[in-house]
Each structure stands twice: as structure tokens, then as C-alpha cells.
Design a protein around this ligand. Sequence first.
Ligand SMILES: Nc1ncnc2c1ncn2[C@@H]1O[C@H](COP(=O)(O)OP(=O)(O)OP(=O)(O)O)[C@@H](O)[C@H]1O
Length: 460
Amino acid sequence: MPQLTEQNLLWEKVRSELSQVLPNDIFQSWFTDLECLDVNGENVVLGVQNAFTAYWINDNYLDLIAKSFQAELGHPVSVSISNDRAAKKEEAAKVEPAPTRERLVTETPRPRVNTAKKSGDANLNPRNTFENFVIGSNSQLAHAASIAVAHAPAGAYNPLFLYGETGLGKTHLMHAVGHHILQNRPDARVVYLSSEKFTNEFISAIQENTLTKFRQRYRNVDVLLIDDVQFLSGKERIQEEFFHTFNDLFESQKQIFLSSDRPANEIAKLESRLVSRFQWGLVTDIQAPDFETRVAILRKKALQHNYDISDEVVNFIAKHIAKNIRRLEGALIKVCSYSSLTNKPLNIATCEQLLSDVLMEAAKQQLNIDTIQKKVAEYFELRHSDMLSRRRPAHIAVPRQIAMYLSRELTKHSLQEVGEAFGGRDHGTVIHACKQVDNLVEQDDSVRHSVEYLKNILSK
Ligand SMILES: Nc1ncnc2c1ncn2[C@@H]1O[C@H](COP(=O)(O)OP(=O)(O)OP(=O)(O)O)[C@@H](O)[C@H]1O
């Protein structure tokens, strides 16, 4: 079919252009399995193998891909990413359901580069080494504990339990420990996997009658690195299995290193015997890096990728993306890839434009309820205390509801947390407030105007 050939040819050209502007490891991780499903006038549909890749490409590389198509076609195009085929295949095979976008977002999206490049059976990303890890005051203890474990597996802290928010380097440190041990003892059996993968493999082992093999695999290792143990929450049979794996390893003096997005005792529906075992060794956390550490991380990454980037741009990114090193790195790659594709030097205006989504997301994370209450009170000429009080006259109640509504819209706080912050109200009150404001926004121009104005100034 000539049309198909044309489409394939076009796609090959675009791919080759992308391969030249993107670092090789990024290209290999995200673009090798990407297919061009349809080019129809100004609409291009690309297909990927799973929902996560769809999400990640959508979030980081869509502009770049669209620019490449535009360069070939001579007109702008709109690119969409579909994982329908993969999802259908998965459904047909009745495996685990493909993650939805919401699940991906809440389950802390992780670029698959962490596992795409394996170092032997251990499943370690070769870039996640101690040498590539920038130590800041946020990660000093976690780093020191990891070094101790790497130097004396099962002799220093066992287990080592590292917790912290997403994208702050937990996996990086686990892999670094694995690499270090393997360097000293190449025959050591080091295994890294997420608790989700452990779960899936356990389920397959039951289905395929291969439990003995599964147990041999995980109970005969020297070092077990298990990421994201919070996903064990509520899974009783997996917890039971993991409990025995843990005991076997611990009794044979093998190193266990666990990571989680929260302390063990805050993981809901985690058996208390596991909680207590997770706390037997050393528990340490990792925090968001300060500005200087963010700058140092960006410089190091720029050097690794061979990017020529000005201090001004590094400072801009470091200033605006504070809470997640993965996003920091994603932003760096995005602006540098764009600049190399278009051959234009980077300036702040271009960065603002390229990173608008990430900046908005970062602003959301930084904004807190207290600031929203103060701004809303100021706008309606009320006192901050009116936001917390139980007084009900409309000139106070409506602004208070607007502040609750904005707290839900612009921050990631739960209904309970928002309620708490407004003088200890319950989550039902917050739901009611949000509904009221939704209705008022539709029916009352002045409320709509106020809400839009406040949203605008608070998002800046
Ligand atoms: N201190 C650091 N120095 C250099 N790179 C870092 C540092 N911390 C994190 N990174 C990089 O940031 C990215 C995200 O880190 P990592 O995957 O280890 O996060 P995580 O805490 O395991 O996140 P999640 O909870 O989502 O699993 C990786 O590319 C990692 O190499």
C-alpha cells in the first residue's frame, strides 16, 4: 500500500531526527518501540506498548516529536499517543489490568530507564551508581547508610529501610548498593525488584505451579533490594510470602534493603509483624534537595549528557522544580533536546514555555492551604481567622467555601487535610463547599470572576 509506505518513510525520517537530538540512552528507552499508527492530515497517532510509556512520552517528548513531524511535513501537526493495542492485548491475555493514567500518577511514575538497562540478573540501571549520586543535606544520612551497607552487607544495618517521596533517589541508592557489592564480589547474588513485580511473579508462580522455583529464587540471594514496599498494602497472601522470604534471608544473614514512600508504620494494612521487621535495622529518610543541591544535580546531569547549558537556565530550572529530582532531570532533557533540535540557544522565555506544564505542577505542590486562606481573606477583606472560624454569615461563609474549593483545586491535599486546615471541619463539609462553589461559579458572574482571579494569582 503506497500510503503505508509513505507513512513508514516519514516515520523513519522523524525517528532518525529524534535519534540524533536525544541522548542515546533516552532514545533507546523510549523511542525504539514507538510505532506510527496513523498520519491523517494534521493528526498523527503514535502507538506504545504500555500506559506508562504513553504517559511519559506525552509528558516529556510530545513537543519535540511534533516539531520533528512539522520539519518533515512543512506544517504543524497534533500528535497523540495511544496504548490501545497494548491494553487490548493485555486484556485478551487476562494479565494484570493496564494501569490507568490516575493510577500511574498516584503510583509515582518512574521512567523505565531504571529497569530498561539491566546489569546482569540484578536488574540494575548502570547509571545509578554512588559516583553519579549528588549528596546533599537532604540525603546525607541515607547515602551514608547505603555506603555502610554496600561495604558490609548484612554486617551494618539489616534491613535498611529507606523512605521518602517519589523521585528523590531511593532507587538510585538501592542500585548503587547493588553495583558496589557486585564490583567487590562479582559472584554475589544481588536481586533488585519492586514489590509489585514480586507480587506479579508470585501470582504467576501460583498459576503455573512453580512456587518452589519462585521461593528458591528469592530465598537464595545474598542481597535483596525491594523497591516501593508500600504496594504490599492490603495484599495478605503476598505479605505472608514476603514475611517468610524476609525471615529466611535474615536468618541466613543476607542483606535486605527496602524502600517505601512512607514509614513502615504508616503503610495501611501492612501486617504488624512486617512493620516491626522493617524497623529492626536502620530506618532513614530522604528529603527534597535544597536549591544548591538541585543546581549541583543539574550540573552533573548536564555533564553526563554532554549538554552545554547556561547557569541562568540551570538556576531557573532549579528554582522552579524543587520536589522531585526525576522531574528536574526530565526538565533538563526537555529544554536541551529542544534547543539542539531547533538549533536555538536557550533563554528563560523559551524554558518557561517548554516547561509550562511542569512549572504549573510544581507550583501546585508548593502552594499551601495557609497561603490560599490568606490570599482569599485579603481579597474579600476578611481576617485570616475568619477562614478557620465557625461563623456562618454569607459574607464569611462563601469566601471560606471558595478557599476550601481552591485548596482542593490547587493543592494535593486530601479532603480530610483541607477540612482539618479550616478549623477542624470534616471531609463532608469540604465536599459540600466544593459543590456550592461549582454551582455559584455557574450561576453567579461575580463569584466566577473572583474564583478565576484568585486561581490565577495563586497559580503564579
Ligand atoms: N542525589 C541524586 N543525585 C543524582 N541523581 C539523582 C539523585 N537523586 C535522584 N536522582 C535521579 O533522579 C531520578 C529519580 O530517582 P529515583 O528513581 O531513585 O527516585 P525514587 O525515590 O526511587 O522514586 P520512586 O519513589 O518514584 O521510586 C533518577 O534518574 C536518579 O538517578
